[in-house]
Design a protein around this ligand. Sequence first.
Ligand code: ASP
Length: 426
Amino acid sequence: MRLSLNTQILIGAIAGVVGGLALGQLDGDSALRAQALYLAGLIGAVFIALLKMVLVPLVFASIVVGVAQLRQHGNIQRVWRITVGFYLFTSLIAVVLGVSAANLFRPGEGLQVDMFADALAGFQAKQMPFPDFVQQFLTGLFRNPFSALANGDIVALVVFALILGAALVKAGERYTVISRAMEEALDLSLLIVNAIMKLAPWGIAALLAKLIATQDVALLETMARFVAVVLGTTLFHGLVVLPGLLWLIARVSPLALWRGGRESFLTALATSSSSATMPITMRITRDHFGVRPATAGFVIPVGTTMNMDGTALYEAAAALFIASLVGIDLSLGQQMLVCGMSMLAAMGAPGIPSAGMVTMVMVLQSVGLPAEAIAILLPIDRLLDAVRTVVNVEGDIIGSIVVDHLAGDDSALNDAQAQANLEARI
Ligand code: ASP
């Protein structure tokens, strides 16, 4: 019997975790450990490089085609409004959860800032005042498309593709060759994704093994309370809030979400990058959840760059943690400011590993906390980043299903069809 790719990926993930735990037991200087880590790093890096290779043509073609098709059907405004509304709503819930959990469980209790003197010494955080962030963010939206394509600058690429898609529709029948070429580029990119996915079980196993074997266990223990609060709250958002909304709005069960989304969730866990996971996310929302290609082609890339619930939640909780560590009591108004800033910072963070740490500086500065304090958080970030990236990707998948459901027209699949589609493919 041949195992489905979905099952192979699950087996790969389990093997990676077990292998990582075993490697962690080996002596730090042993040659076997060094060789195994090198090999795991190599396989993982090749897998991520392949995903990034296909990412740029895929994002570009999918948005142009998505926008063109949605505009032809006249429902682009509706799709746009629901997408932005849903993404903002779920990020708001995430930051409120993050701040509430930090107030309730006080993860900084029992720790003092001088316990981290070594990490803080010599660490110079790059300053990011709010006006600079706004300027950087806004100018970053518009770049020469060729430089954006060449440098894999996804945000600028998304924006240019949105504009090109809109222009193609406005021009009507005049540029059918370019429209057709984009459609064909999209189909070809998805074919390449399918081929890359055959490597996914190996790539995921290697990345997870390395992630687990290289954790600094002593540091995780020192900060166990903070780690537990962040992980617990992030999991609550990912396992209860988001699936609950999906069920309420589109009647897709949490089990169907897990089964259909597993390939993306495990890739996000292993790569800590929503961008690298995007080609897979695009594929599964179309193939496993029956989301119309036009909706997926638009909602997924926009979500990958802008919608990060896990990151927003983390930034809010971490800011309160730092405040208690340095002995500052934040007023209710300041906590609300932290919430707003965390939402913005998450939107501005690119979907790459530890990106949230960079934009976190802005959240800290907004309420007068020392930016250098991120030196305390950085050493434990790999693990937390992996989990929040899964929730970021989950938000995008759920967003696309919800938007497709709410903005549906006659061409939309009805619930029974979508369910049948799901059963048949997984
Ligand atoms: N690694 C996250 C992502 O790619 C971003 C972050 O929170 O650092 O979604």
